[in-house]
Each structure stands twice: as C-alpha cells, then as structure tokens.
Design a protein around this ligand. Structure first.
Ligand code: DX5
Ligand code: ZN
Length: 217
C-alpha cells in the first residue's frame, strides 16, 4: 500500500497541534517527524517534548526520522513519547546492527536511512532486519530543496535488491517530492512518500487529498 507521510518540518510551529490534526483528518497515514541535532545536519529542529505534545493530536503512525549522531542514545526516550517507527541514518551509527536491534526490542518498527551519496551496499546486510529503508532524495537538513535526480535510480536499484532477496520492506523517499514528480518516484519503487513543503504550502487538507489521489492509482 502507498502511504503519505507529511513532514511537519514545514508546518507552522505556532499552530502545530492543529496542523497535525488536519493531516490526520485529511487521511495522511503517517506523520513524518524530522529530529535534527545541529551535528549530523547543520540545523536543529525539535525533540521529545514536541513529539510528546503532538502525540495527543493524532493516532497515525509517528514516523520519526533521526538526523542525529549516534541515535541509539535516544531510542528509549522516543519509545516513551510515542514513536511508532524510528529511522536512523547508516552514516550516523557506529554500530548500526545494535541500534536497529534496540529499536526492535522496544517493539517499534525500524528504518534505516541513506544520504544521497551513500551506496546501497552500506545496508545490504542489515536489510533483512529492517521494516523500511529511507532514501534521502536531497541532502538532509532543510525542507524545500530540489530532488536530486540520481536518487530515483537509487530507489529503483534498492527495489531490485529487496525483491532479489525475497524481502518485504517499505521504501520511503524523502526530500523535494511534489505532485509533479511523485509518480516517477513511486514508479521507481517507493511506497511511502514524504512531503513537507508540498503539503504545508497552501491548503494543507487539499494538498494531502491531492497526494492521496495520486498514491491510490
Ligand atoms: C530534510 C527532511 C525532510 C524534509 C522534506 O532533511 O528529512 O523530511 O522536511 O521537506 P520537503 O518535502 O520540503 O523537501
Ligand atoms: Zn525526513
């Protein structure tokens, strides 16, 4: 099934709770939550208290994308504030296997993310242990960037790798996805679509509905 995961990084933080409710009511299946530490990526976004507050506004899948160094340090806290799916960057973990195991021990879904230039071989051996792979289609750190074209090829190669291994793993694409390029990204093999600026610029409910219409096809 194809799902939409709107990234709240582009939300109006003064009205965050209300906007998270709007996403839910419009039918978006996931909420994409970008946590940044100012080390792994240049910017700092938000952390546990914010996730805990918005947990009351939605029962949808909280899809937490950790753009932080050594994310294994925060798995317990994230489980406590209501994360459903935790995605860590392969580049940020000294011991990726251990971190993925820690997420699963909490009974949560585990995802692994790759920056645009990181080869798929970095996750080849961990693939059977993860529920999702997140392919960054921009360099992480900011919303509103342009999708890097070669990352679509990377999604295609990942889909092939997953199929050849006989695995069932979701592929999420994150960065620069809009209504014009989303079909191309899905055709390559992605089934979880992150969209930040394309959802929050303009009418949120309308944008979600438009995405969901395309995702249904
Ligand atoms: C980028 C974040 C993305 C970002 C996507 O570092 O991981 O989730 O918010 O925003 P758009 O869709 O505007 O590129
Ligand atoms: Zn993200």
């Amino acid at each position: 099934m194809n799902c939409l995961s709107p990234s709240i990084l582009s939300a109006d933080f003064a009205n965050l709770g209300e906007q998270v409710r709007m996403l839910d009511e419009a039918g978006a299946q996931y909420v994409h939550i970008d946590v940044m530490d100012g080390m792994f990526v240049p910017s700092i976004s938000f952390g546990m208290p914010v996730i805990k507050s918005i947990r009351e506004c939605s029962d949808r899948i909280f899809d937490v994308h950790l753009m932080i160094e050594e994310p294994g340090r925060y798995i317990d806290d994230l489980a406590e504030v209501g994360a459903d799916l935790i995605t860590v960057h392969a580049e940020a973990c000294k011991h990726l296997d251990r971190t993925i195991e820690a997420i699963k021990e909490k009974g949560l879904l585990a995802g692994v993310a790759l920056n645009p230039a990181t080869p798929l071989s970095a996750i080849e051996w961990i693939l059977p242990k993860v529920d999702m792979v997140l392919i960054m289609s921009v360099n992480p750190g900011f919303g509103g960037q342009k999708l890097i074209p070669y990352t679509v090829e990377k999604v295609r190669a990942l889909k092939k790798m997953i199929d050849e291994k006989g695995l069932k793993i979701d592929i999420e694409v994150d960065g620069g996805v809009n209504l014009e390029n989303v079909t191309e990204v899905m055709d390559a093999g992605a089934n979880i679509i992150v969209a930040g600026s394309a959802v929050f610029k303009g009418d949120i409910s309308e944008n979600v509905e438009r995405f969901l219409d395309v995702l249904k096809e």
